[in-house]
Write a protein that binds this ligand. Structure first.
Ligand SMILES: NC(=O)c1ccc[n+]([C@@H]2O[C@H](COP(=O)([O-])OP(=O)(O)OC[C@H]3O[C@@H](n4cnc5c(N)ncnc54)[C@H](O)[C@@H]3O)[C@@H](O)[C@H]2O)c1
Length: 377
């Protein structure tokens, strides 16, 4: 592998900006990397925005199509930051062309698509990665270490939640993430994929799920000012059993009034318990059953003051004010880890297979919602 990794970036919305930020700041955050990386080309749907971004951020060039980057022998990695419905065709072409791929979640919009991509990636022996950036925060990495060291023992129960409030108002406009045509699903895909991955990473595979989805406002105004049907779920509620026998819940919502970007996970085991809350990303809560018991008491109760990423001017809207401190760093470390794998020709985790697994769980949840029955994974 060359010492300079050349990336072809597709899509320049929130995540295209985030990934290019990660690439351009790698050397600020990480020391002595054995490689350099650059965004050698950008293709996004709107031509003017592509050209403006290339000029502003000094990317290599503005491409006229994604194929121009996929079939350019000088490009090593295709980085996919387009809406979900685009991922499958792009992945198929890029992997077939022998490119390494870094793809935003969810991997695809169906289990069939995702399994095909995982198979293709394995056959072509490329380095593939999916962006489950929450694995790259200091607190979740520490949680993984504690679990792997057996410090919480056999997992008994869990609850994972990812709550937003973007759709809590009936006046919130219709965006592509509420449209199944483009999102492929709804909040289950958008937020659920993150917590399914975190749970499986920390606790092991899921055996079966029972789920219910919800659309609170079936009609919303689009860009054209007209009312359109909302086809992507605005919330989901899932019961799950793990292969190791543990039971628990996963919940994702964009109709949770008063929330910002609130991912939390609690895991209760025989020897201990872990709690993590993305809005307090500096802390991981750990309960150790093996410590001597002491009487309860003292000063109890919490007051939480909302500060998160809300800076005053001259700070702008990037990263989003709803994103807590640390969110961006998880992206930078995810990108660093992926590019290190590309450079060393080694396996990256979370892998394409991890993305395909999450797709399987989400599809089972929708199937359960439709049939009212438990669905095995
Ligand atoms: N990991 C995370 O933290 C995270 C957060 C948000 C979104 N995402 C994922 O990132 C992806 C992009 O989401 P986003 O929030 O950046 O969306 P966005 O709407 O902000 O940006 C999408 C960009 O892709 C462009 N685009 C649309 N169709 C295209 C095509 N066919 N070819 C090239 N460009 C095209 C649009 O013009 C836009 O610039 C989605 O898969 C989403 O699920 C991940």
């Amino acid at each position: 592998m060359r010492d300079k990794i050349k990336i072809g970036l597709l899509g320049f919305g929130a995540m295209g900006r985030t990934h290019s930020y990660a690439v351009s700041t790698l050397d600020h955050y990480c020391e002595n990397l054995p490689f350099k990386a650059e965004i050698a080309g950008l293709y996004s749907r709107t031509r003017e925005k592509t050209i403006a971004a290339v000029e502003t951020f000094r990317f290599g060039r503005a491409a006229m199509s994604e194929d121009e980057l996929i079939y350019d022998p000088d490009i090593d990695v295709i980085d996919i930051c387009t809406p979900n419905v685009c991922h499958y065709e792009t992945l198929k072409k890029a992997i077939a062309a022998g490119k390494d791929v870094y793809c935003e979640k969810p991997l695809c919009i169906s289990r069939t698509q995702a399994d095909e991509i995982a198979q293709l990636a394995a056959e072509k022996n490329i380095v593939g990665g999916i962006v489950f950036n929450n694995r790259f925060l200091p607190a979740t990495l520490r949680a993984k270490t504690l679990v792997d060291e057996g410090r919480i023992g056999r997992v008994l129960s869990f609850r994972a939640r990812y709550l937003h409030s973007g759709c809590a108002s009936p006046d919130a406009p219709l965006a592509w993430k509420q449209s199944r045509d483009i999102c492929g699903g709804g909040v289950l895909f958008d937020l659920g994929s993150h917590i399914i991955d975190l749970l499986v990473w920390l606790c092991g595979g899921i055996a079966s799920v029972s789920a219910k989805t919800q659309i609170a406002y079936p009609l919303r105004r689009g860009q054209d000012g007209k009312l359109h049907p909302v086809t992507g779920d605005e919330a989901f509620y899932m019961l799950a059993t793990l292969e190791n026998g543990a039971c628990g819940t996963l919940e994702g919502s964009k109709i949770s009034t008063g929330t910002n970007d609130e991912l939390s996970i609690e895991i209760h085991g025989e020897r201990g318990a872990l709690k993590f809350d993305l809005t307090e990303p500096n802390w991981l809560w750990f309960y150790d059953v093996t410590k001597p018991s002491v009487p309860f008491g003292g000063e109890r109760g919490f007051t939480r003051i909302e500060c998160i990423g809300r800076y005053e001017a001259p700070a702008g809207g990037f990263p989003s004010p709803k994103a807590s401190i640390g969110w961006l760093r998880g992206h930078v470390m995810s990108m660093c880890s992926f590019l290190s794998a590309v450079h060393a020709r080694s396996r990256f985790s979370p892998s394409i297979e991890d993305g395909a697994y999450v797709q399987r769980v989400m599809e089972a949840a929708y199937h359960s919602d439709e049939t009212g029955k438990w669905v095995d994974i």
